[in-house]
Design a protein around this ligand. Structure first.
Ligand code: URA
Length: 218
């Protein structure tokens, strides 16, 4: 079974974890990606956001959520009254999975499958072992299923705070690491807002879900 586990060092240092992740060969996605895109943000972040995987621009630059979806997410965070500078952002899968594209053309992402998500999960678990957020936000179905289990449906269960890590898929993976009153909440992915027929309504929905987080943290 593909797994990142042998590549994850025992360390208390997020920067060491990030550096080690560059050498991950736990599944095949590294072969077509430029680099590993690890999570970024303050180690004492109050809020941790988990996306799906880096996009084309993230893959080139090596930082999470710096492309169009990231710009929209930054705006939504601010509009919801959250502090972007106190937010750690990461992804369920840390390499860009994509279809081949003509040179110079933007590469189109393909959704990671369950095997790839589970292969990459040791990195996410290692990040959570060093972070102590009060709020964990799953952005979109891939992150939500990775964090909350395969039967989780974002469309039906978004915007509702649930206890973390008890509500997590395999809560023992995350046990003991959370703040006492920590919670997890799923919402739509910012890329889904960009693709929506009614972008304004989709954006308001994202901001409304994030506002639930702001209110709970107040
Ligand atoms: N979409 C994601 O899920 N993560 C990123 O880092 C960028 C786009």
């Amino acid at each position: 079974v593909p797994t990142a586990a042998p590549f994850v060092p025992a360390t208390e240092d997020l920067d060491r974890l990030r550096a080690a992740a560059q050498g991950c060969r736990g599944c095949d996605l590294y072969k077509d990606a430029s680099q590993t895109v690890f999570g970024e943000g303050p180690p004492d972040a109050e809020v941790v956001m988990v996306g799906e995987q880096p996009g084309d621009i993230e893959d080139r630059r090596g930082h999470p959520f710096v492309g169009p979806a990231g710009k929209l997410l930054d705006r939504a965070i601010t509009d919801a009254g959250l502090d972007r500078s106190r937010t750690y952002v990461t992804n369920a899968v840390k390499h860009f999975k994509h279809k081949p594209a003509a040179p110079g053309k933007r590469r189109i992402h393909s959704s990671p499958d369950r095997i790839e998500i589970m292969a990459c999960r040791p990195w996410l678990v290692a990040e959570f072992s060093l972070l102590h957020p009060r709020a964990v936000i799953a952005l979109g179905a891939v992150a939500a299923k990775g964090l909350l289990g395969p039967s989780f449906r974002v469309t039906k269960q978004r915007g509702v705070p649930m206890p973390w890590p008890e509500s997590a898929y395999r809560p023992e993976d995350f046990a003991g690491e959370a703040h006492d009153d920590a919670f997890v909440l799923a919402t739509i992915h910012p890329s889904a807002v960009l693709r929506a027929d009614d972008r304004d309504a989709a954006y308001r929905g994202l901001v409304d879900d994030l506002r639930v987080v702001t209110e709970r943290l107040a």
